[in-house]
Design a protein around this ligand. Structure first.
Ligand SMILES: [Zn+2]
Length: 161
């Protein structure tokens, strides 16, 4: 998945969950910062795309931040700030990050998702064709349709508060 699928679907899911939980009626909407939902929805790519594609020439944009270990680390930080400071920003961030990993189907790549259980390295890609392969994937229905759904949610379905 790419930008619009991650941000739109995650934002729509957060809005539905907040509505279902009745946070607005409980006077809690201020605690769900949708800007943090958006950041969390892209956090793994914001870290791994430049790191795995440019800084470390792996030709792989799914490395450290696409692992279960990263998710558990962000969760631990979120829980720390929730229990000791009553701040929810870390939990909101981990929710967006978890949905990012779900939308990336990371369980289908156990060598990355369960890093470092399968070794310290990550699968290597071809750095020379990485960008063109990424753009070529955009026209595939399994990528294009979620992108359009996410774009529609962002454009019409969700109003940021
Ligand atoms: Zn990703």
């Amino acid at each position: 998945m790419l930008l619009f699928a991650h941000t739109g679907i995650t934002l729509g899911t957060a809005k539905i969950m907040a509505g279902a939980a009745g946070w607005r009626e409980k006077g809690l909407p201020a605690q769900l910062d949708y800007r943090l939902v958006l950041i969390g929805s892209m956090l793994p790519d914001l870290i791994d795309k430049p790191l795995g594609g440019v800084i470390l020439p792996l030709g792989n944009g799914r490395i450290y931040s696409h692992t279960l270990l990263f998710l558990l680390t962000v969760l631990a930080v979120g829980l720390f700030f929730w229990f000791w400071k009553r701040k929810t920003w870390g939990l909101v961030l981990v929710g967006g990050t978890a949905l990012h990993q779900i939308l990336d189907f990371m369980w289908q790549d156990p060598q990355t998702f369960l890093w470092p259980l399968y070794g310290w390295g990550f699968p290597m890609g071809d750095a020379g064709v990485w960008l063109s392969m990424w753009l070529t994937n955009l026209i595939k229905p399994q990528v294009l349709i979620p992108e359009l759904v996410g774009l529609l949610i962002l454009a019409y379905g969700v109003r940021l508060e």
